[in-house]
Design a protein around this ligand. Structure first.
Ligand code: EPU
Length: 419
């Protein structure tokens, strides 16, 4: 199994990195193609393991897929035969649950393996299912599968989601766009990835208002058509490279990014002592000659600080000049990088959902284990400020979310390679 080796004896990074399309926007948009009666052409889809899994899933349903030389994907869902997602695919990617809304909305039936627990938390899907039931779906769990059916079209309903859920909001939007009548989704997630999905659906002919707010009003339409669309840039990939620059006291530019999607994250970089400059499509961070200041933070739904940047800021705080506290409020078990960072010399104490961090000047290279995508990213960052070689095992987690990670790091002067 591949390992990633990080050895950054040169220390400082420089230059620029092009950011790829967003994983968490591409996945729901690919699933939403199931709603279109004519082919969709998608651009800026990142080349990642989770995207490949999604394409397998769509292919297994009978969806036609064509790839062109500009890396655009044509997705033709006029030929859907099997309205199901089997256990072997769902177990490798929880986001497979996102086929439930579009299949039920367009065909009135879907069978999707119930996702199990996951490394970062139990991650139930009750809010997805309750919402669909409110829209008139009959939902049963049979042999580990969610079996959903509706008599004719789903019916618009007012749904108040008890907590903010990203894929829950996305699934319910996709169920509602072809429903009969009006659906109101309250306490909806406002993440840029949710907004991107909604804008894609509007381009296909859906009637959605309130996009970008926590109340979405969806007037059902009879059909949706294929369109051309480009996925937004990956704000978490961008934030991860900015963190790499911050911990190595470097100056770095990330290109092909939307700085507006990173508001709360950029505020924290500045609080940590970084100079930040933005243009419409780039962010430059300058941390040259300065040690990071510790920053306290709490993870919250967008527009507040994202859980997907928590592990990266943990590494920043681990080498900062002083003490800090990070509180994780989204997932109950998202500190699995902490014992690995401790093996590299980080001083972190966990108390429930809080981590108290005492900054040390430098970490030490070690062999460590990746446990989930963002935890793995944090271990790469730790390797950049560690003396000697850091070997990260179970690197497949990283390949789920970071396109061309070794190439991108080489370009900015870091030694990151596969062994
Ligand atoms: N929740 C419920 N019931 C539900 C749905 C969610 O209790 O029906 C709880 C979850 O257990 C969690 C909280 O609500 O405690 C929020 O979870 P959410 O549903 O928002 O997470 P998600 O949609 O499963 C997406 C991203 C995650 C990201 C979170 C939070 C995708 C494919 N995944 O997950 O991304 O951390 O939102 O922003 O969009 C990653 O990219 O590494 C990643 C894990």
């Amino acid at each position: 199994m591949d390992k990633l080796v990080v050895d950054n004896s040169q220390g400082v990074l420089s230059g620029s990195v092009d950011i790829s399309g967003s994983k968490n926007a591409a996945l729901p948009i690919l699933m939403a193609c199931l709603l279109a009666e004519t082919p969709v052409k998608l651009g800026n889809v990142p080349h990642l393991m989770d995207v490949t899994t999604t394409l397998h899933l769509l292919g297994s349903m009978g969806v036609g897929l064509l790839f062109d030389e500009n890396r655009c994907i044509e997705i033709d869902a006029s030929t859907v035969l099997h309205k199901q997602a089997t256990y072997d695919l769902v177990k490798t990617m929880r986001a497979s649950i996102l086929v439930l809304g579009p299949l039920l909305g367009r065909f009135g039936e879907a069978k999707v393996s119930l996702p199990g627990g996951c490394a970062i938390g139990t991650r139930p899907v009750n809010i997805h299912l309750d919402g669909m039931q409110k829209m008139g779906a009959q939902i049963d769990v049979e042999n580990g599968y969610i079996v959903a059916r509706s008599q004719g079209r789903l019916k618009g309903a007012e749904i108040v989601m008890p907590m903010v859920t990203v894929t829950g909001t996305e699934n319910l939007i996709m169920a509602a766009v072809l429903a009969e009548g009006t659906t109101i989704l309250r306490n909806a997630a406002r993440e840029p990835e949710v907004t991107d999905l909604a804008q894609f659906l509007v381009k296909m002919g859906a009637n959605i208002t309130g996009i970008g707010t926590d109340t979405l009003v969806i007037e059902g339409v009879c059909r949706l058509k294929g369109v051309e669309y480009a996925v937004i840039p990956d704000r978490i990939e961008a934030g991860t490279y900015l963190a790499a620059a911050a911990i190595t006291q470097s100056k770095l530019t990330v290109n092909k990014v939307n700085p507006q999607h990173l508001g709360a994250v950029l505020d924290k970089f500045m609080e940590a002592g970084a100079k930040i400059k933005t243009t419409a499509e780039s962010i430059t961070i300058d941390m040259r000659g300065r040690r990071l200041k510790p920053v306290n933070l709490v993870t919250e739904p967008y527009p507040l600080f994202p859980t997907d940047m928590q592990a990266q800021f943990m590494v920043m705080n681990a080498v900062a000049d002083g003490d800090s506290v990070i509180e994780e409020t989204i997932f109950e078990n998202r500190f699995m990088h902490v014992p690995e960072l401790a093996r590299m010399g980080a001083q972190i104490e966990i108390d429930g959902n809080s981590a108290k961090i005492r900054g040390v000047p430098r970490l030490k290279g070690a062999t460590v284990m990746a446990t989930d995508l963002r935890a793995s990213a944090s271990l790469v960052l730790a390797g950049l400020v560690a003396e000697g070689e850091t070997v990260i095992e179970r690197v497949y987690h990283i390949d789920r979310g970071y396109e061309l990670i070794e190439e991108k790091f080489h370009k900015i002067g870091a030694q990151v390679f596969r062994r």
